[in-house]
Design a protein around this ligand. Structure first.
Ligand code: HEM
Length: 392
């Protein structure tokens, strides 16, 4: 297996990881990424196959599970109750309760609310240059997922702060200050969610927290807290940057928004291309749950493998001229929402948010243009801009 030694902290790499991904894909089914000390896949076929392979999982098998340092205990107690970090049977039980709340019908019914909120945010755009992330992309998804769960309005900024502090644990650059910030956020966020759970137990409402506390769900209080936090965090972090990266791609590639968003079909193909071309989440890892030989490599139980979703989306064997942003590309599955049992629960909601909000944005702001070159934030493997300065 070929070794590649790219540092994930290298600023040039963080701004544009795609040339490295091309090199990685050309190295074979698997390459060894020295900086992460593990084999890694960059081609679509291998990434998709490993995500779907039940011999791999997100939960570390007992033979390699490391003791958690005392100062990180609260963070990992929360993580360990989250479906995202579990494998069956716990994963199946937790995911089933959430899926009941994410049926096609329930998600589809949010369309008018997303439209109304989009208009409300656009009404407040200032006259001069402004940051589209802060004014639009960041507010929309957190407001919708908070409403779905039943979090009172006015909490959005606080939810964003807690979420950013927790998610920072998964970026390549991590230090004690980030760890302490994540633990403090976990404790405060959990306390807040416990308060909401108690309130809904006393007086249920028509919201997702009330559904999760229902007696038939069989979820423990710790599992409900963790599920609510997961949904609130996952429910906005990635959508924000799919909107930001995608709007930048539209503006930088001379796409005519009037055509791209002319019909439901063209809108869907445009947003699908936004999701493929420059996704917000680039890398996920899996543990081998048993010994096996795969793609010419002997995996031992507990070995890790990294899967580069954004590299898979640029695989020329699957996507013609993959480096081209082409909103008329035929719609087909890509790797951005993952695959297999952990496939993104919120994919239909994220797609609906894009399909409803973006036509409104470009219809209301037909002259939307960049006000300066956007700079990606220094945090591999999450990809999104620090700011997206535009003028309407
Ligand atoms: C464009 C936006 C989004 C992207 C690109 C995205 C991407 C992903 C990916 C790649 C995974 C799989 C991780 C893995 O296999 O290890 C995932 C899982 C998940 N996502 Fe999303 N996501 C998005 C939006 C959302 C939204 C809006 C929600 C919730 C409302 C959500 C909730 C979840 C949950 C709960 C999981 C865990 C599923 C499981 O473990 O079974 N995501 N997402």
């Amino acid at each position: 297996m070929k070794h590649l030694s790219q540092s994930p902290l290298d600023p040039a790499f963080v701004q544009n990881p795609y040339p490295f991904y091309d090199q990685a894909r050309a190295s074979g089914d698997l390459f060894f990424w020295d900086a992460y000390d593990m084999p890694c896949a960059a081609g679509y076929g291998v990434v998709d196959a490993v995500l779907r392979d039940r011999r791999f999982g997100r939960e570390a098998p007992a033979c390699v599970a490391k003791p958690v340092p005392a100062h990180l205990e609260p963070f990992y107690v929360n993580e360990n109750n989250s479906m995202l970090e579990r494998e069956p049977p716990a994963h199946t039980r937790l995911r089933a309760q959430v899926m009941r709340e994410f049926t096609g019908r329930k998600v589809h019914d949010l369309g008018p609310e997303i439209a109304q909120l989009s208009h409300h945010l656009i009404d407040q755009f200032p006259a001069g240059p402004f940051d589209l992330l802060g004014a639009f992309a960041e507010i929309l998804p957190v407001t919708i997922i908070a409403r779905m769960l039943g979090v009172p309005p006015g909490m959005e900024r606080q939810l964003l702060d807690w979420s950013h502090a927790m998610v920072a644990m998964y970026q390549a650059r991590r230090d004690r200050a980030i760890e302490d910030g994540a633990v403090a956020a976990t404790l405060a966020f959990s306390d807040y969610v416990r308060g909401l759970i108690n309130a809904r137990r006393q007086a249920p409402r028509d919201d997702m927290i009330s559904a999760l506390v229902g007696e038939t769900t069989g979820l423990s209080e710790a599992e409900i807290v963790s599920t609510v936090i997961l949904l609130l965090n996952a429910g906005h972090e990635a959508t924000v940057h799919t909107i930001g990266n995608g709007v930048a791609a539209i503006l930088q590639n001379a796409v005519d928004p009037a055509r791209a968003f002319a019909t439901e079909i063209s809108t869907n193909s445009t947003t699908n291309e936004m999701i493929r071309y420059d996704p917000p989440l680039h890398m996920f890892t899996r543990y081998a749950l048993q010994d096996m030989e795969l793609f010419g490599h002997m995996f031992r139980q507990g070995d890790q493998v990294a899967l580069l979703l954004a590299a898979a989306n640029r695989d020329a064997r699957v996507f013609e001229s993959p480096a081209r942003f082409d909103v008329r590309r035929p719609v087909r599955a890509n790797a951005s929402f993952g695959a297999g049992i952990h496939f993104c629960v919120g994919a239909p909601l994220a797609r609906l948010e894009l399909n409803v909000a973006l036509p409104i944005l470009f219809e209301r702001c037909p002259n939307l243009r960049l006000a300066g070159a956007p700079i990606y934030a220094d945090r591999y493997h999450f990809r999104g801009f620090e700011q997206l300065m535009v003028e309407a």
